[in-house]
Design a protein around this ligand. Sequence first.
Ligand code: VTB
Length: 352
Amino acid sequence: MAKKTTPKKTTDTKGAPGKAAPARSARRLAVEDILDRILTLEIVRVTERAAVAAARLRGRGNEKAADQAAVDAMRRELNRLPIAGTVVIGEGERDEAPMLYIGEKVGTGEGPRVDIALDPLEGTTICAKDLPNSLAVIAMAESGSLLNAPDVYMDKIAIGPGYPRGLVALDKSPADNIRALAKAKGVPVNEITACVLDRPRHASLIEELRDIGAGIRLIGDGDIAGVIHTTDSRATGIDIYLGIGGAPEGVLAAAALRCIGGQMQGRLVLDTEEKRARARKMGIEEPNRVYNMEELASGDVFFSATGVTDGNLLSGVHFGRELITTETIVMRSSTGTVRRIRAEHKNLDKFA
Ligand code: VTB
């Protein structure tokens, strides 16, 4: 992926005397920049295809089949992109995932060298039950800029944009974080809502939050959506994401927040020697390190998510007799542009 370049100044002399001429070439973009801009939109197609494929199996109670359909569709579409991509966050390590495994090369092989984090169906259970907020997700970044996280748990904290840096932190207690956020937002603690995965491991976290009177949105799955929801608390009702979810989902969520704005920290849960050894193999030497959002996903990052089931952030895929509609949010960190793309696809057999 090309680094952002400032357009070259030219010595165009044809302008009016005494005035700086509007140099045409100053507006021209380098080839790499054009490719970047094209890729920013091309990744939409990748998540759209995965979302439609998964949505065909929505509510069927078969998580595996929905996931497989999304993986197949995403891989097919990804391999059409003019990139030399490497999957760094994928469906699993090579021996356990036949497709889109960590290390798999994707794309045509000709084009920028990029790292790819993906989750063709984030929230397989949600999709199988047709509950809100399952997504098809991808992030793409300059080679070497996404944390190569093993598939372990990650402790996460995230808030949306507009707050002072360092306002919340994993090293502070959940109660202190909520109080700091309430103060900065100018509301009482009981007007703060935290999104937390509904898991037994969060019993004490939930108790602590309830003790101070904060609201909790318990979700069954889908913490990428949970983190993204903090960026628009007026629409989603969520101010902060807290708790332990998947590490791969953590890197993807950080990529999204890098683009929209907000703050996030993650710490891998490496609580056994076996996990620490797996992490070491991926270059992680400090097992207790707290990663900031910019360390989880650095450089210029592209992110795209298409709704599979209806949610508060995105509508899911809707099947009509002639048209299939999808909604995607696609963004890029270096420009901060956030696009929502509602697409109508002809409902032809060939559409995955
Ligand atoms: C979370 C959730 C994901 O994995 O990251 C979760 O947001 C963590 O694992 O949608 P557990 O289910 O073991 O708690 C997912 O459910 C995806 O598998």
